[in-house]
Design a binder for this molecule. Structure first.
Ligand SMILES: [Fe+2]
Length: 256
């Protein structure tokens, strides 16, 4: 199995940049490109040469570095076919069920619309990692800007079905605010309380709280726990379909 080195680093205000490197082939992919200078500095620090950018969605804080990095490296930019026209420098569009090779790495594409209309998640099953952009966060999820609540719920449902040990890289460090909100929705959840304390300690030490893992999200993320009877009772939505419970939690989070 191809070995993978992953380097995560802060970018802009609260974004994360992620570089994925396979040493045998020399492949180095940047997951999104929030800022050309930050990505270039991370490449230089690691001594890696950029070969690909995998764009999760078109927002500027995920694609702002595309053109400059492509001009400097000649890298190939892969992005969602549902919003290809909005991804600067895109060379290859991908959609649901597509797989493609990055050297010896096999990448599977899941369409996860909702935050944007065409957002995708890149999943490398053999390595047990997924790159979810702004669809899933630690104890949270992205705002539903372009899709419908029902669509976003279906996207999260897809991620919930990934193998439980899958490590998930996300676009932003929103963890503490998410956890504090999550406790309002799911106050009796001891795993959530423990996780908030652990994440507060990490942040106090200046460390990232990401990547996360699917099983950890299933236990602590209220947006994924809409079937939980205590959460439903708390919201007064005992008999609602899952997506409506999701929508209610999302709307409460939007209201702050
Ligand atoms: Fe975004």
């Amino acid at each position: 199995m191809a070995r993978l080195e992953i380097h995560q680093f802060p970018c802009l205000d609260d974004n994360y940049g992620v570089l994925v490197h396979e040493p045998e082939s020399g492949i180095t992919a940047s997951i999104d490109a929030p800022d050309a200078d930050d990505v270039a500095a991370a490449l230089q620090e690691k001594g890696w040469k950029l070969t690909h950018i995998l764009t999760t969605h078109h927002h500027h804080d995920h694609t702002g570095g595309n053109l400059e990095l492509k001009a400097a490296s000649g890298c190939t930019i892969v992005g969602p076919k549902g919003e290809a026209a909005k991804v600067p420098g895109i060379d290859k569009s991908v959609g649901e069920g597509d797989t493609f090779a990055l050297g010896p790495l096999q990448v599977h594409v899941l369409e996860t619309p909702g935050h944007t209309a065409g957002a995708v998640t890149y999943w490398m099953p053999a390595q047990g990692v997924a790159f979810a952009g702004d669809t899933l966060f630690a104890m949270g999820c992205g705002r539903v800007f372009e899709g419908t609540m029902e669509q976003m719920w279906r996207s999260l449902r897809k991620l919930m079905d990934l193998p439980p040990a899958t490590r998930v890289y996300c676009g932003h460090e929103y963890t503490l605010a998410n956890a504090r909100f999550a406790l309002k929705i799911d106050p009796e959840n001891l795993a959530l309380r423990d996780r908030l304390a652990a994440c507060e300690k990490l942040r106090a030490e200046g460390k990232p709280t990401l990547p996360t893992r699917i099983d950890i999200e299933l236990a602590t993320n209220p947006f994924l726990r809409v079937a939980d009877p205590a959460i439903r009772k708390h919201l007064g939505l005992e008999d609602a379909p899952d997506w409506k419970v999701f929508a209610e939690i999302r709307e409460r989070k939007n209201r702050g």
